[in-house]
Write a protein that binds this ligand. Structure first.
Ligand code: HEM
Length: 180
């Protein structure tokens, strides 16, 4: 997993909790590097899971809730760090419909070793968007937070329904709907 995900995760933890919480979860997770991540580096996905588990244990919040919260935070950060990825989009569905064919494609050019999900558009109109998420990393709660982040970025209202299509959560249907 790309270092930018780790650096942003630790920034969020510092802002939401404290610098001590960052040190504590790095220690709990037994991370050999001591958490010295760089945005362009690549680190084991298992380290992110260990950090999230440690944060869940220390904060008492459940992991899916924390991952979703992180997704929301991450959208705001991606919009700042990679403004080109969403420039030209005037509403959330424009961004969400662009993930697979443009946004993540550009990420892959920038970081050939990035491990990205597949996010395909099943159907889309002004009011309703249906997406299929597929990834062996089973990060649908992260996707949900990112989708909410996109809605909030454009000041839009919308409901997000997440329907797991298998037991492990590697395939998930999302239906995002604006109120009528
Ligand atoms: C705003 C523009 C976006 C940028 C620049 C971006 C970039 C990235 C990057 C750099 C990663 C990490 C890849 C790795 O660690 O190897 C990633 C992962 C991911 N992205 Fe995006 N992304 C964007 C928007 C979105 C949106 C709107 C969604 C909503 C569904 C999304 C869903 C995900 C998920 C779920 C992952 C985690 C990997 C996985 O599930 O397998 N991204 N993205």
């Amino acid at each position: 997993m790309k270092g930018v995900v780790f650096t942003e995760f630790l920034e969020m933890v510092e802002g939401l909790f404290s610098e001590d919480m960052v040190d504590d979860i790095i220690e709990d997770a037994g991370i050999a590097s001591g958490g010295a991540y760089t945005a362009v580096g690549t680190y084991p996905f298992a380290e992110l899971l260990a950090l999230i588990t440690a944060l869940s244990q220390r904060s008492g919040l459940d992991t899916a809730q924390l991952v979703e919260r992180f997704g929301h935070y991450l959208f705001g950060r991606f919009a700042v760090l990679y403004p080109h990825s969403i420039e030209g989009c005037s509403h959330a569905f424009a961004v969400l419909g662009n993930i697979e064919k443009y946004i993540h494609l550009e990420v892959k050019k920038l970081y050939p070793d990035a491990q990205l999900p597949e996010i395909n558009v099943v159907s889309s109109d002004e009011q309703r968007l249906e997406l299929l998420y597929s990834s062996p990393r089973c990060l649908a709660p992260l996707a949900r937070g990112l989708i909410q982040g996109a809605l909030d970025h454009f000041g839009e209202q919308g409901s997000i329904v997440l329907e797991p299509l298998n037991a492990e959560g590697s395939k998930v249907r999302f239906v995002v709907e604006h109120p009528v």
